[in-house]
Design a protein around this ligand. Structure first.
Ligand SMILES: Nc1ncnc2c1ncn2[C@@H]1O[C@H](COP(=O)(O)OP(=O)(O)OP(=O)(O)O)[C@@H](O)[C@H]1O
Length: 668
């Protein structure tokens, strides 16, 4: 994983009739290992924090002094003293006096009020529009993105200065209107940055996991996307604030906004200083200096806050290195005797499920005519080589196919609903609550910026409509349910503080938050080492017996299948080729593919012998052979196997196979 750090080299320009805030420099990729070394973080702190702190102190002091100057000022800002006009700094007038003998310091503080209020107005409009539209555009994409993009291009095409001058001609001297318009015409700069980051964050697995858990788009944007935007937003907002100070100063310097009749402002004081430069050069120093200092402080503070935000995200996102899964075979695992299939009506009944992908050359069927049942509390394993259609089958049940994938036939009845025909809104209500998904990569499903307990509590609240305290208690209870020791303490940890096994338990706890009747686990132990794998499998078994949750386990590992599943659905080239109780399959496979897969199972291969393999690979959907799809790799194949489609036939109680030579397979 690469953590992106944005280097903010920025230019402000007010030229060519356009206002511009430009951020230069490409994002710099920071490798995770080097992402958060303590020494570099502390160096960064040493470099930025003092400047950031000084800038923050300056801005706070300036704001407080400006806003309160009207109450405490010892000198009337309008009191003229012509005898001391254009006097330099003295004990009575720390920054000297202007051409009418008025105190410069007090007038600058009072003038700051207009500037600061103007800047806040412009920044609020800029941030609300820029962030709001950018997030919505990046999150929803499609026509929403196109419409907002079109509006943004339109605003960018407007010559900013001319628009501001037009506004001032309609509302002469009106600062509020000018600043609102400045915020509106500048917001595309922030909008584009926000949109880009949102589009990237939206693809991250933890955001997808949050969507799958049933959170509304608004909640996902607020909770999981906005915090990730902090760095780029902060830089842009502070830069814009600096631009707004300059624009407001320039307009009032020209006498177009905040005219002197409304009291002193920094811009008109600079104008005054410019008029008397021939007589006295000092006046330009405090009046121009305060503008320069404020712009500088905003830039430095923006950088410091950005660095702090990036540091925080980076340290939260720095994941521990997971131990690699040992490559060697595991021995001593034998099929356990799982409980027989529950004698209940099916909880999920899949019939003739067919899935196709719309590709440039036309639709391509990837899964065809898949049928199986899952009873309450039962665990079904879907097994097969890579590319056999396991994941497509499982994901189509949850409506999680990629945009160009669609169910073209069959149905999947669950709780009286056909999942394949449900509109997305209804499907979202089912996902996470009635059916939950456990992913292969648990860590990627967790938001690195939030504590585990807070993420769990959020999903609990979504599904159970309880208060914060109850959700928090339920989160800790769920962590205890998945057998995490010291659940209270785990709830306070960030994802990067979890080991791989703990993260998978947390992701199972997340899946259980809605009290689902069915869990779909897609290779849930693939990313874990063998010891942790065994613990997670034990947990799944335990959850089944304690909570009665049914499980569909997608795997290519016969050991995993034997450990937890009652029944197995063997898939090859998008079709079910055999279906039976796991013990029956182990004892006597009735399809050549199952038989060869089992022989190639490292868990049962004799130590010291070369592991048998199946020659060839699973054909891509575009290359499926006519007749039996396994024929080119099958040792039992006959001519007739290629001349007709092979049906799935019953070969005993509750078992089916798609082979016309199943009798021979059972005997060899
Ligand atoms: N997004 C996609 N676009 C086009 N075809 C796809 C897409 N995803 C999957 N397929 C097709 O569907 C077939 C089955 O893929 P699937 O991911 O279900 O296999 P799998 O058995 O789960 O493999 P693995 O164990 O590697 O995940 C693939 O061979 C591929 O041709």
């Amino acid at each position: 994983m690469n953590t992106k750090r944005e280097r903010s080299e920025v230019s402000l320009s007010l030229s060519g009739g356009r206002l511009a805030v430009a951020t230069a420099g490409a994002p710099v990729a920071v490798p995770p290992g080097a992402a958060a070394p303590a020494s570099r973080r502390s160096r960064s702190r040493l470099r930025w924090r003092p400047l950031g702190l000084v800038s923050a102190a300056y801005l706070v002091a300036l704001t407080v002094a400006s806003l309160s100057a009207g109450w405490w000022a010892p000198i009337d800002p309008e009191r003229q003293d012509l005898a001391h006009a254009l006097a330099g700094p003295s004990a009575a007038h720390w920054l000297g006096t202007d051409r009418l003998g008025r105190d410069v310091l007090i007038r600058l503080l009072l003038g700051g009020r207009i500037t600061l209020v103007s800047v806040v107005e412009a920044v609020v409009v800029f941030a609300v529009l820029g962030i709001g539209l950018g997030v919505v555009s990046g999150y929803f994409g499609g026509w929403v993105d196109r419409t907002i993009g079109w509006l943004s291009d339109l605003l960018l095409a407007l010559p900013g200065i001319i628009v501001l001058l037009m506004v001032l001609s309609v509302f002469p001297g009106e600062t509020l209107a000018t600043m609102v318009v400045l915020g509106v015409i500048s917001c595309p700069l922030l909008l584009r940055v926000t949109r880009g980051v949102t589009m990237a964050v939206r693809q991250e697995l933890y955001v997808r996991a949050a969507r799958l858990s049933g959170l509304t788009p608004l909640r996902v944007m607020w909770r999981h996307i906005l915090p990730r935007l902090a760095g780029p937003i902060i830089v842009q907002v502070f830069l814009f604030a600096a631009t707004a100070v300059l624009v407001q100063g320039a307009l009032s310097f020209l006498g177009l906004s905040a005219p002197e009749t409304q009291g002193p402002s920094w811009g008109n004081m600079v104008g005054e200083a410019a008029a008397v430069t021939g007589q006295d050069g000092w006046l330009a120093v405090p009046t121009g200096g305060i503008i320069a200092l404020t712009v500088l402080a905003l830039g430095l503070l923006g950088d410091a806050v950005h660095d702090a935000a990036v540091d925080r995200t980076r340290s939260a996102a720095a994941l521990p290195t997971r131990p690699a899964r040992p490559a060697g075979p595991r021995h001593g695992s034998s099929p356990t005797a799982p409980p027989g299939p529950a004698q209940h009506p099916a909880l999920l009944s899949v019939r003739g499920l067919t899935v196709a992908f719309d590709l440039p050359g036309g639709p391509l069927t990837a899964v065809r005519d898949v049928s199986f049942d899952v009873s309450p509390g039962e665990c079904i394993g879907i097994v097969g080589e890579s590319g056999s259609g396991k994941t497509v089958t499982a994901r189509s049940l949850l409506g999680l196919l990629p945009p160009h994938g669609r169910v073209t036939g069959g149905c999947a009845r669950f709780d009286g609903l056909d999942l394949t025909a449900l509109p997305e809104r209804q499907l979202r209500a089912v996902r996470g609550s009635r059916i939950a998904l456990i992913n292969q990569e648990p860590m990627s499903g967790l938001d690195p910026s939030f504590r585990v307990g807070s993420q769990l509590a959020e999903v609990v609240r979504r599904h159970r409509h309880v208060g914060r305290a109850q959700a928090r208690a339920k989160a800790v209870e769920l962590l205890a349910t998945v057998r995490l020791p010291e659940p209270e303490q785990v709830a306070r940890r960030y994802p990067h503080e979890l080991s791989g096994g703990m993260a998978q338990r947390v992701s199972i706890a997340l899946a259980l938050a809605g009290d689902p009747a069915l869990l779909i686990a897609d290779e849930p132990t693939t990313a874990l080492d063998v010891t942790i794998q065994a613990e997670i499998l034990a947990l799944l078994r335990d959850l089944r017996s304690r909570l009665g949750t049914a499980v569909i386990l997608v795997t290519h590992d016969w050991g995993v299948l034997a450990d937890v599943c009652d029944r197995a659905v063997v898939m090859y080239a998008g079709e079910v080729v055999e279906q039976a109780a796991v013990t029956d399959l182990y004892r006597a496979p009735r399809h050549p593919y199952t038989q060869l897969l089992l022989r190639a199972n490292p868990h049962v291969a004799p130590v010291g012998d070369a592991l048998p393999t199946i020659a060839g690979t699973v054909p891509a959907p575009s290359e499926w052979p006519a007749g039996c799809r396994f024929r080119p790799r099958c040792p039992y194949a006959e001519d007739v196997c290629g001349s007709q489609a092979i049906p799935l036939v019953d070969v005993g109680s509750d078992r089916t196979t798609r082979c016309i030579r199943s009798e021979q397979v059972g005997t060899r």
